[in-house]
Design a protein around this ligand. Structure first.
Ligand SMILES: Cc1ncc(COP(=O)(O)O)c(C=O)c1O
Length: 383
């Protein structure tokens, strides 16, 4: 039989799948894959059930239900003073992952360069490669995950079409400061590139930190394509409802791809998310304090186990340095922890193209039940 397509040559099973499979085989506590091991709130599930009973069960308009696009536009306005037209500038997708694929496929020609800040969410580079684009990595240097102006400048060229920024940042837990976002925004302006701002953890920020959407920076709204995900905001990653907020031209281009990839997104889930977004102001304080409690507990325990690092300011991930514990690299140490300590983590070198800094860390996800975190800590005793 003939070969499969060249555009997927070199693709492997994602690191998340590999680690989860090993975790199951070794009966390890899984702090690898980034999702809560507890259920979302009952009121949320009740809303979707009600929407099904009310008959929202056939194909939705391909760019999203009117209610959901309106509620998305409403919250960008009320939280961030950003105005997106729900008809022409908001598009509903199957999670943020489809949004990333659409934006990249809609914008990138073969040979176009896309600047990715590493460590990165792995679907960025896969989507860039499928589009025939060239990922140009710029390293966010550990331990504070800062980018270097000179390295950023060197990565920019006349062929730069897109820069991808993720804030709050997976896997480091970093919440970007305004001047840091400005540095990336200026690079996008200088090269007349688009800026894809992946803000799926926009509401998961702690310690009085403030999430600053890239589109709120002066002069950046037209150039910025913002994506987010109800899966993260409501702790229901399996719902896979995401969205793109972008100018009309970019939205149109994304929709052209979307209509032939998924056509339309689950109707009752969209209607459920629309209803739930209305409740954000009452919902968010409890949501943030639940995850803050988990972060504080796990951080304290990890410090007591002798890992020396700063507490993450956002997301539900921690990049934990391992050099003080082992001479092994991240992959070998992660395998050792799964097999010998029965704790699964993600080796972050999979999130880098250029730097080897990821080999000195492991990513832990603390979006887990108290008992899961306690079992993990117990298994890690004596490291
Ligand atoms: C930074 C980042 N972007 C996008 C996604 C994908 O989100 P979704 O589940 O909505 O596709 C994730 C999921 O882990 C993520 O961490």
């Amino acid at each position: 039989m003939k070969d499969t397509a060249l555009r997927i040559a070199g693709f492997k099973d994602s690191i998340f799948g590999v680690i989860s499979k090993l975790a199951r085989e070794h009966n390890a506590v899984n702090l690898g894959q980034g999702f809560p091991d507890f259920d979302g709130p009952d009121w949320l599930k009740d809303i979707v059930y009600k929407k099904m009973q009310e008959g929202h069960n056939q194909y939705a308009p391909f760019h999203g239900t009117a209610n959901l696009r309106q509620e998305i536009a409403n919250y960008y306005k009320s939280f961030y003073h950003l105005n997106y037209h729900p008809e022409s500038e908001v598009t509903v997708t199957v999670g943020a992952t489809e949004a990333i694929y659409l934006v990249i496929t809609a914008l990138i020609n073969p040979g176009d360069e896309v600047v990715v800040l590493e460590p990165f969410y792995d679907s960025y580079v896969a989507s860039i490669k499928m589009a025939g684009g060239i990922p140009i990595p710029v390293t966010m240097h550990a331990p504070d995950f800062l980018i270097d102006q000179k390295e950023l400048d060197a990565a920019i060229s006349p062929r730069t079409k897109l820069i991808i920024l993720n804030n709050p940042h997976n896997p480091s837990g970093k919440v970007w400061l305004k001047q840091e976002i400005e540095m990336v925004a200026k690079a996008a302006e200088k090269s007349d590139a688009y800026l894809l701002s992946d803000e799926v953890y926009e509401f998961l920020v702690f310690d009085g930190c403030k999430h600053i959407p890239t589109a709120t920076l002066e002069g950046m709204k037209e150039r910025t394509i913002t994506i987010s995900s109800a899966g993260k905001t409501f702790g229901v990653t399996g719902w896979k409802i995401g969205w793109i907020c972008a100018n009309e031209t970019v939205s149109k281009a994304c929709r052209l791809v979307h209509q032939y990839v998924t056509f339309s997104v689950s109707t009752p889930m969209q209607e459920g998310v629309a209803e739930s977004l209305k409740k954000l102001p009452e919902y968010l304080p409890g949501f943030v304090s639940l995850y803050k409690e988990k972060r504080d507990f796990f951080y304290k325990e990890m410090r007591q186990l002798g890992f020396d690092f700063s507490s993450p300011k956002g997301t539900y991930f921690m990049m934990v340095p391992i050099s003080g514990k082992t001479k092994l690299n991240d992959v070998d140490y992660a395998l050792k922890l799964i097999k010998e300590n029965k704790v699964a983590t993600v080796p972050p070198s999979a999130f880098y193209l250029k730097s080897t800094e990821g080999e000195r860390y492991l990513r832990f996800c603390f979006a887990k039940k108290e008992v899961t975190l306690k079992n993990a800590v117990k298994n890690l005793q004596g490291l």
